[in-house]
Design a protein around this ligand. Sequence first.
Ligand SMILES: Cc1cc2nc3c(=O)[nH]c(=O)nc-3n(C[C@H](O)[C@H](O)[C@H](O)COP(=O)(O)OP(=O)(O)OC[C@H]3O[C@@H](n4cnc5c(N)ncnc54)[C@H](O)[C@@H]3O)c2cc1C
Length: 335
Amino acid sequence: MKTNISLLPYHTFGAKVNADFFTTFSNKEELTTILDQKPNDQNFIILGGGSNILFTQDFHGLIIKNEISGFDVISEDDNHITLKIGAGENWHDTVMQTVEKGWQGIENLALIPGTVGASPIQNIGAYGVEVKDVIQKVEFYHFDKKETFEYSNQECAFGYRNSIFKNELKGKIAVLSITIKLNKNWHFNTSYGAIEDEIKHQGIENLTPLDLANVIIKIRESKLPDPKEIGNCGSFFKNPVLPKKDALKIIEKYPEAPHYIVGEEAIKIPAGWLIQTAGWKGKSLGNVGTYPKQALVLVNNGGATGEEAWALALQIQKDVKTQFGISIEPEVNIL
Ligand SMILES: Cc1cc2nc3c(=O)[nH]c(=O)nc-3n(C[C@H](O)[C@H](O)[C@H](O)COP(=O)(O)OP(=O)(O)OC[C@H]3O[C@@H](n4cnc5c(N)ncnc54)[C@H](O)[C@@H]3O)c2cc1C
């Protein structure tokens, strides 16, 4: 166990914050020992890659970093392959391992930072695909019940950047592994964003999972800041899903507003467009700003504190509410 440790290497925003205590675990037994030995009243969190967390202050408690490894084939036939992956594995490396073997299903989720164990927590998604599309089971340890459970896809109650792990089970469990089912017969989703254009641009004719992952990587690298160079925690806010009548009022006033139909009665408006239209694209407050190419990402311009980032987020929220009457909610976990 380490004490009074800097969290700079353990999260992507790059805020200078410390944790009182820090430890890691590589299997369930190590985790249960840590939990049994810690004082009952000690605050703690499970940490993955720290890419969806904003530390607004020092963490007075115990950070327990997940380092469970594993990449095992559970079953296989001519059409599918089912894999069990340890929660501490790096998500992007896992994607690349699967596409290099010609297995299709998570190629659109290439280059999302963080760990496999965090992927079901907010049901990570990008370019028309969500991790729920491939998840068969999530195995987790319940802190109070002191038991391991395996939830089916349905039991995880996945939604847009949401799951049971962000609601009823928030802070009560540690994901130990996920089981995913991938295709050997490929069914690509290339309808989203600039994917088709980039495939044409690269002159790709017989698309493979590896090709598509590389296309996604290229597009993402051109649009999003690399946390190794510019501190950030990805999309700061969720895209608001509005009742149809409210969204239509906005679209009438701003005919250029991008929007996506979500079922019969709801429309999603990109939070990045709302923030940009509220005047915040590429603007800064202190050492934090919005990324000039994507206003949805708050960036650390150097030496920013998490508190400064949160102050900017609150100001953006307020301005979007004033201009559009919409409350945008953070996607990032604020601590
Ligand atoms: C540049 C950039 C781009 C991004 N792009 C996307 C994107 O396209 N789509 C998308 O969905 N997200 C995106 N994200 C957000 C982020 O990468 C994902 O949410 C990712 O799944 C977080 O993983 P992590 O291991 O870093 O989680 P952390 O930030 O470490 O943790 C996030 C939350 O999950 C909890 N948690 C983590 N691991 C476990 C576990 N094993 N058991 C229980 N709880 C756990 C933590 O306590 C915390 O509440 C992006 C982030 C960045 C910085």
